[in-house]
Design a protein around this ligand. Structure first.
Ligand SMILES: NC(=O)c1ccc[n+]([C@@H]2O[C@H](COP(=O)([O-])OP(=O)(O)OC[C@H]3O[C@@H](n4cnc5c(N)ncnc54)[C@H](O)[C@@H]3O)[C@@H](O)[C@H]2O)c1
Length: 309
């Protein structure tokens, strides 16, 4: 059975490709490499085929009709709230229209393929007093989160209207090796460049529920096996909520610096104060985060230091 990974050249997609290759599966990566890199696929193995193609290109539908994969892990898109704030129209192309193009192609030529969509916890919007549950209302506050929510809703509608087999995973604050963006990477980079002082946005009380990339891989593989594929959504998080101040202190300790933490007091546009997930629904399928935050941060620092050699 063929497996597709869209966005397989990116941070998360490449970890999924590697895990599939280790299982001996035959994988096709669809990626336009707008942000991804072929170097991320160095360990992808001989059974991985790489197609440098945008999902917005009609050629993808032709290829889909030929390969008719059993499963499509759909990670192609953009993961940056800040880029969506600067360019909402481009973000809509990458996160919404690319997903719609994929769903249409699946509907026309490969309706039996399961589609697992990488959505985001950002769809919930501003902080709640308790962790977000999938049944909570959604109120996205950034263009990125609006596009992701719309894409998620298309996945649901295609399941209900056309009988496609879809589900969406709402990922919360992911980090890990090969991620050259987002808060964990930014803080490591700054601590390395200027160990005496670490400047941060916000006031340090913002809370996040960080997930190592390998926990995300586990969540996708578990959902592939056990989800119902009627368009349902699952929260995916690390189940270890920390404040940004605590995160900074953990990174500072792990890197052995004495850095003074300096908070700007300014929150970045589109960022929520609290992104914490209730993962009961995914846990009911058997999900347990394999990589603990402390170990995952150490792993990410080691990768960063190796990449600087
Ligand atoms: N990293 C996170 O914290 C996070 C959190 C929630 C959701 N997500 C979602 O998970 C997915 C993967 O995130 P990531 O951090 O690995 O991002 P990434 O930028 O590293 O990977 C995305 C990949 O998609 C490719 N791509 C973009 N548009 C494409 C198109 N039209 N056709 C084909 N390929 C295209 C890029 O070249 C890249 O390789 C994204 O959809 C993102 O929105 C990520």
């Amino acid at each position: 059975m063929k497996t597709w990974v869209t966005g397989g050249g990116g941070f998360l997609g490449s970890h999924i490709v590697e895990a599939l290759a280790a299982l001996g599966r035959s994988v096709t990566v669809i990626d336009d490499f707008s942000t991804g890199r072929e170097a991320n696929l160095a360990a992808a193995g001989e059974r991985t085929k790489i197609c440098r193609q945008s999902l917005l290109d009609p050629e993808v539908e032709r290829l889909l009709g030929v390969e008719r994969p059993g499963v499509i892990f759909h990670l192609a898109g953009d993961a940056l709230v800040s880029r969506s704030v600067a360019d909402p129209r481009g973000d809509c192309d990458r996160n919404l229209l690319a997903t719609l193009a994929l769903l249409e192609a699946v509907r026309r030529v490969s309706p039996e393929s399961k589609v697992l969509f990488a959505s985001t916890g950002a769809v919930y919007g501003e902080h709640a007093e308790r962790p977000f549950q999938e049944t909570d209302g959604v109120c996205p506050i950034s263009p990125y989160a609006v596009a992701k929510l719309a894409a998620e809703r298309y996945c649901y509608a295609y399941a209900h209207t056309y009988g496609l087999r879809t589900c969406s995973l709402r990922l919360f604050s992911v980090y890990g090796p090969r991620q050259e963006k987002q808060v964990v990477y930014d803080l490591i980079r700054k601590l390395w460049a200027r160990p005496e002082e670490l400047s941060l946005f916000g006031d340090g009380t913002e809370e996040r529920d960080f997930s190592h990339a390998l926990n995300i891989v586990d969540a996708f593989l578990l959902a592939e096996e056990k989800a119902g594929f009627g368009g349902e959504v699952f929260n995916v998080a690390g189940d270890e909520t920390v404040s940004i101040r605590t995160l900074a202190e953990m990174l500072r300790d792990a890197m052995g610096t004495q850095s003074r933490l300096m908070f700007s007091g300014q929150r970045r546009p589109g960022d929520s104060r609290r992104w914490v997930a209730d993962t009961t629904r995914l846990r009911a399928l058997g999900y347990r985060p394999r990589v603990k935050l402390r170990d995952g941060l150490r792993d990410t620092i080691e990768w960063y230091l190796r990449s600087q050699e």
